[in-house]
Ligand binder design. Structure first.
Ligand code: GLY
Length: 354
């Protein structure tokens, strides 16, 4: 794989920074990235999932030094503490040292899991991610949030552990299934309201690079998610509630699909609270339409009790015993606390009826 037209987006952090390489063929830069950023590494543990390992291009992934491949099951069910233990043991058997490197090759699940294993193994081993889904390229791979799920909830165990580098090879997206494109575009759409209003009009490489640069700027300012990083949660309060409700009824809803619905909902709620006008709600719908997304309430959840969704939203990580949302308004998107439950429910009814 030879790299061409690769854009480098820096992520500046207080302790150290790293680069995100974006473009067609960027995965051909992996060996160079590792040599620059983890020069002491003598071997690499590549972590991937069964679906990615079966892709024809996977055989071309070349860390430039000896490597072992560790494959987990595809999908969210791989994000378990059991897999953390299994991977650490496999790394140990492979003789991986703290000065070596872990390379995650996959989507958000693999990057979350492998990043967390890297954070734990030898109390912290360098890792890089080759992000193979759009959602991972524009969000999950950037910013060092790693972790796994518990039966009690998603991402309940994790660590902030920044990668040494990230590769967003847009050529790897060419064979991505339609649902994964929709999911990635749903996540991408949030950036249109975080300073990138023209995003739907751009080509894929520029879109990914712009999203990465936006996320990098937010992460640089608030690495540990104690302030403005919450803005990256735009559209996510209802999205997480829908995902939880969907799990309960055994439905099938991708994260970015849920975010698309959550963005429309956030606009309806903001209008209800007098923060934005009709034209801004229309802009939300227009952005989603340009990304080929309807943002409509999922038909499979039509029967779900709205009070149940409300209770999930009250458990959101932004909430401090209240209902808190990231909402659009005259000053742009910001965190709004103590939103009245009546408004939240009324906006839900409005969303379900449109
Ligand atoms: N996905 C949101 C964040 O990284 O903060």
């Amino acid at each position: 794989m030879s790299a061409s037209n690769v854009t480098t987006v820096p992520v500046a952090l207080r302790a150290f920074g790293y680069d995100v390489l974006v473009g067609k063929g960027a995965s051909g830069e992996l060996a160079g990235l590792l040599a620059r950023r983890v020069p002491a590494a003598r071997q690499v543990a590549v972590v991937t999932d069964e679906a990615v390992a079966a892709a024809p291009w996977f055989a071309g992934i070349d860390p430039g030094i000896p490597f072992t491949v560790h494959t987990v099951e595809a999908g969210e069910r791989a994000k378990t503490l059991a897999n953390v233990g299994a991977l650490c043991r496999a790394f140990s058997r492979a003789g991986l040292a703290r000065s070596d490197a872990v390379v995650a090759v996959g989507g958000g699940v693999v990057s979350d899991l492998a990043g967390f294993v890297a954070a734990c193994y030898h109390r912290g081993t360098p890792y890089c991610t080759v992000a193979t889904s759009l959602l991972c390229q524009v969000d999950a791979a950037i910013g060092g949030k790693t972790g796994v799920d518990l039966p009690e909830g998603k991402n309940l165990v994790g660590a902030f552990w920044q990668p040494s580098g990230v590769i967003c090879d847009t050529a790897l997206l060419e064979t991505m299934p339609a649902r994964e494109w929709a999911s990635g575009r749903g996540e991408m759409a949030k950036y249109a309201f975080l300073g990138e209003p023209d995003l739907p009009l751009l080509g894929l490489e520029v879109q990914v690079a712009r999203c990465v640069a936006r996320k990098a700027a937010v992460v640089s300012a608030d690495e540990r998610d104690t302030g403005e990083r919450v803005l990256l949660n735009y559209g996510h309060t209802l999205a997480h509630a829908l995902e939880a409700a969907c799990l309960e009824v055994g439905g099938d809803l991708r994260h970015g699909e849920a975010v698309a619905v959550g963005l429309v909902y956030a606009a309806l709620l903001a209008r209800r609270l007098g923060r934005i006008e009709d034209d801004r709600v229309a802009f939300h719908r227009e952005v989603l339409a340009r990304f080929g997304l309807s943002g409509r309430f999922p038909s499979g959840l039509a029967g779900v009790d709205k009070e149940r969704l409300l209770s999930y939203m009250a458990r959101d990580k932004k909430a401090a015993h209240d209902l808190a949302f990231v909402l659009d308004g005259p000053r742009g998107v910001e965190l709004v606390r103590e939103v009245a439950p009546e408004a939240v429910l009324a906006a839900l009814e409005e969303l379900a009826c449109t």
